[in-house]
Design a protein around this ligand. Structure first.
Ligand code: SF4
Length: 874
């Protein structure tokens, strides 16, 4: 049966869309994306979850790419980035359903199935090291002459190096594959490594799909070379972009890690000539510079710790204490500049790290095999240093956007458990294998030592963690905003877009296509009930701030309210709480038996709902979601207790009965950890400067509140997932309903305010809904929705039956029937006869929905194929 397509013409670019109708939010997304591509501008698109945003983005970008190819003979590559590998798979599915057939390439990691040598992944896990490093060794061993024993499959057996290191059987020189579809399968069929297949295919790819750290993290972006050409970059689920950029531009190291690195470098110096033939000309001077730099950095940390402990003797009750901060150069001293001067780190620091890494990488050919294990340990230590050195380069370039922070950390182990320290201040060489304890990543677990290697007197039992913190995402995002032909950032929760754009820096804001898009939802107000609860049935104010959430009485009152609400919602319910400790404390309290051995709140809730579960992590999380989904459609339903910003607040695709209700408890302001406090102080300082300069930036408090409300908005976006879904949202916190509160007007997304008909004059007291009244409203809402749903299903079935029995003709009515039938599995049309009452604004160049056979799409692709050139190949 012919597939159904629609067409939308935007400024001479014709966009094909694989559904009979282009909904209003999709139309808005398509138009802005095409215009951004044509004009080489960046754009922000807020469109609610479940409105078909991903397909709209893909079709618009690929249509613009084809337009460039046909009109100029040279087209930019499209890079579609999303947050997780799971979401990457969903985008690939969407791309395959689109009318376009680009050369598609996924960029993934070894851990996500692209490395097919389990021994390599296991060795990386066992040794707590990067898989890229183990892979490098495995490839090198694979290039050596193989054993002559060939297995039944004609392949050499999985051999191990002399020291037990894994050898890669998949490693082979790769031809340039023209089409790569399913890399894991293809790699296994070809007997080639899927990871390197994907890298080899990148230059030819017209559509690259990857998690967004592949374009944001400077070290990863430079290895893939993705940004070397001027590309169309789409960042879906971009609401976390600010945090991701700041994390990508930050680095952390502990004093124990610095000690270990210093020792590894010493070893490299001792054995350097063994690693290499004399002709290779090892530059030991560079390595000495590197060792001295590490020593100076460590010494600065320890001296600062020492001074801090002396000044605060007897007053240290915490196990983790802020010791010192060097501010950005926009703030008051001490600043980054002071740190760089005092540490004496040379500008060549990053270059020296790289030089030693390259030297060691070459050791395989001319070096002594017995040193292979040692070299890999040195490489591992250098890997940790590399991230710090690269971050310091950025920090030096942008001292106005960085802070450096030192934390004193109490070592909770007894001295007998600490690793032995030799007279040189380093762990004693063991007779078995390598002499050093393995790095614990960012955790600190060793004694502090001074330059002479002795334990620092009063700092006994303490060590330090050094954080180089990017507090303004611009330092990372600017390279993408400058290199890309255009950047399209889309999410269900971007507003307020002005401050979002400002946070991403001038290179982004100056090229921003205006106005940003804030699309409506595709549902009508009868499908989603929204209520605000500020007091319990007994009149207790439910102000869910941190202090109160630690009180048992308050948690009980909150539990009683949540129980009543949840019991009134049929099917599945998600209950969000502000943090994991709060969630755990609440569940613990709710599980306590009532007075006179009456059932606990938890048991009472369980008697209403079939399954109660708590969101977890790891592989169990997927199973928990599957169990929740299965139980939701059974009698009673299911409740999943989650935390904001957690796995259930995004990236999962539960809909219909699995999520009929979302209960948002509290407003998750971030705990004032050092990174948050420093960012808040930074924003205050910059806001004060911009006020005096005539332009007000986002101050620290506003930044905190905005982040918290984006997390709430992300959670409430779980309530309706497609056009025919329905449900209810209940926001529980007195801060919504207190007299004069403007939160709902200021922070709820525009689509929700429009749906609620919320006037800008609405204040909290107008929104408050007593619990008793809410329970009645929820019952009526769901009764009415279920009745409508059943009527619509009956009507759709009747229409389908009529269509199936009617004789087929070439008339327009047949086309309509085909539309319904052929797209029955598509999320947009599961109930074709239910009317959609969303607003439909005037499309400047919107052709009416029309049916096309797949031939139309194919003809368009053939025409494009004859002229296609991604920019990298021109
Ligand atoms: S070459 Fe490929 S298959 Fe072999 S270890 Fe590296 S990533 Fe894994």
């Amino acid at each position: 049966m012919a597939a159904t397509l629609s067409r939308l013409s935007v400024d001479s670019v014709e966009v094909l869309f694989p559904f009979a109708e282009i909904l209003e939010p999709q139309r808005m997304v398509i138009m802005s994306t095409v215009r951004a591509c044509l004009q080489g501008k960046h754009v922000l698109l807020e469109s609610p979850t479940g409105t078909g945003k991903t397909m709209a983005l893909l079709c618009a970008a690929l249509a613009a790419q084809r337009h460039f190819a046909l009109t100029t003979g040279c087209a930019p590559r499209v890079i579609f980035c999303t947050r997780t590998h799971q979401q990457v798979k969903q985008v690939v599915k969407e791309a395959r359903r689109s009318p376009y057939r680009p050369w598609l390439q996924i960029v993934g990691s070894r851990e996500q199935g692209l490395c097919t040598e389990p021994s390599v992944l296991q060795a990386a896990r066992d040794d707590d090291t990067k898989s890229s490093q183990v892979c490098r060794g495995a490839r090198r061993l694979a290039e050596r002459p193989r054993s002559s024993v060939i297995g039944a499959d004609g392949r050499a057996p999985p051999a191990a190096g002399a020291d037990g290191s894994p050898v890669c059987n998949q490693w082979t020189s790769l031809a340039d594959p023209s089409v790569v579809t399913d890399l894991g399968d293809l790699g296994r069929r070809l007997g080639a490594c899927p990871y390197f297949l994907s890298r080899a295919a990148l230059p030819n790819a017209e559509l690259v799909i990857c998690p967004y750290n592949y374009v944001l993290e400077p070290s990863i972006a430079s290895t893939t070379g993705l940004l070397e050409d001027s590309c169309i970059v789409i960042i879906d689920e971009g609401h976390n972009l600010e945090d991701t950029c700041c994390e990508a531009g930050s680095a952390y190291i502990s004093s124990s890690a610095l000690t270990e690195i210093e020792n590894r470098i010493d070893q490299a110096l001792i054995y350097l000539n063994d690693f290499h033939s004399e002709e290779e000309g090892v530059d030991s001077q560079t390595i000495l510079v590197l060792r001295d730099s590490v020593r100076r950095l460590k010494q600065l940390c320890l001296d600062t710790l020492h001074a801090f402990l002396e000044a605060n003797e007897g007053q240290l009750h915490e196990d983790r204490i802020s010791c010192k901060t060097w501010n950005s150069t926009l703030e008051s001293p001490p600043t980054i500049a002071d740190f760089l001067t005092r540490s004496g780190l040379p500008e060549s620091f990053a270059g020296a790290v790289k030089a030693l890494q390259e030297t060691l990488q070459q050791r395989g050919q001319g070096g002594a095999p017995r040193l292979a294990g040692l070299a890999s340990q040195v490489m591992k230590a250098l890997g940790e240093l590399e991230s710090l050195a690269n971050t310091l380069v950025l920090c030096r370039e942008r001292p106005t956007q960085y802070k450096i922070h030192l934390e004193a950390v109490r070592d909770l182990r007894s001295s007998s458990q600490l690793d032995p320290i030799s007279s040189q201040g380093f762990p004693i060489r063991s007779s078995q294998g390598l002499p050093f304890r393995s790095s614990q990543g960012r955790s600190v677990n060793s004694q502090s030592v001074n330059t002479q290697g002795r334990s620092v007197g009063s700092s006994q039992g303490w060590s330090v963690e050094l954080s180089i913190l990017l507090v303004h995402p611009e330092a990372v995002f600017q390279s993408l905003a400058t290199a890309a032909h255009c950047v399209v950032i889309a999410s269900g929760t971007l507003a307020p877009t002005a401050s979002f754009a400002a946070e991403l820096g001038s290179a982004f804001a100056e090229r921003l296509l205006c106005p940003p898009v804030e699309a409506p939802n595709v549902i009508d107000s009868s499908q989603l009930g929204v209520a605000f609860v500020g007091t319990s049935r007994r009149g207790i104010e439910l102000r869910c701030v941190r202090d109160r959430l630690q009180q048992d009485d308050f948690l009980c009152e909150l539990g009683r309210t949540v129980l009543e609400i949840v019991a009134a919602i049929p099917g599945g319910v998600l209950v969000f709480l502000p943090s994991r400790p709060t969630l755990e404390a609440a569940v613990q309290e709710w599980r306590k038996p009532g007075s006179n051995r009456s059932p606990s709140l938890w048991d009472r809730l369980a008697s209403h709902k079939g399954l109660l579960a708590i969101e977890g992590g790891g592989p169990d999380a997927a199973q928990a979601l599957a169990r929740h989904e299965a139980a939701s459609s059974r009698e009673g339903g299911a409740v999943l207790f989650c935390v904001y910003r957690g796995r259930s607040s995004e990236g999962m695709s539960l809909s219909d009965d699995a999520v009929r209700g979302v209960v948002c408890v509290g407003i998750p302001l971030p705990p004032l950890k050092p990174a948050v406090r420093l960012k808040r102080d930074y924003n205050d300082a910059v806001a004060a400067l911009s006020v005096s300069g005539g332009r007000r930036g986002l101050d620290g408090d506003s930044w905190c509140h905005l982040g918290a409300h984006r997390a709430v908005n992300q959670a409430l976006g779980r309530a309706v997932r497609h056009r025919h879904d329905y449900g209810a949202i209940v926001l529980v916190d007195a801060r919504w309903t207190v007299q004069g509160s403007l939160r709902a007007v200021k922070y709820l997304p525009l689509w929700l305010r429009q749906l609620m008909g919320l006037a800008s004059s609405a204040r909290g007291e107008h929104l408050a809904c007593p619990v008793g009244q809410l329970i009645g409203q929820l019952k009526r809402h769901f009764d009415s929705r279920r009745a409508q749903h059943q009527a619509a299903t009956t009507s759709a079935l009747a229409a389908d039956t009529a269509t199936a029995t009617a004789p087929q003709t070439a008339s327009a009515s047949t086309a309509t029937a085909e539309t319904t039938t052929s797209t029955a599995t598509a999320p947009q049309t599961s109930l074709a006869s239910e009317s959609a009452s969303m607003a439909t604004g005037a499309a400047t160049a919107h052709t009416a929905p029309e049916e096309f056979s797949e031939d139309v799409s194919q003809a368009s692709e053939v025409q494009y194929a004859s002229s296609r050139r991604v920019r990298s190949r021109v």
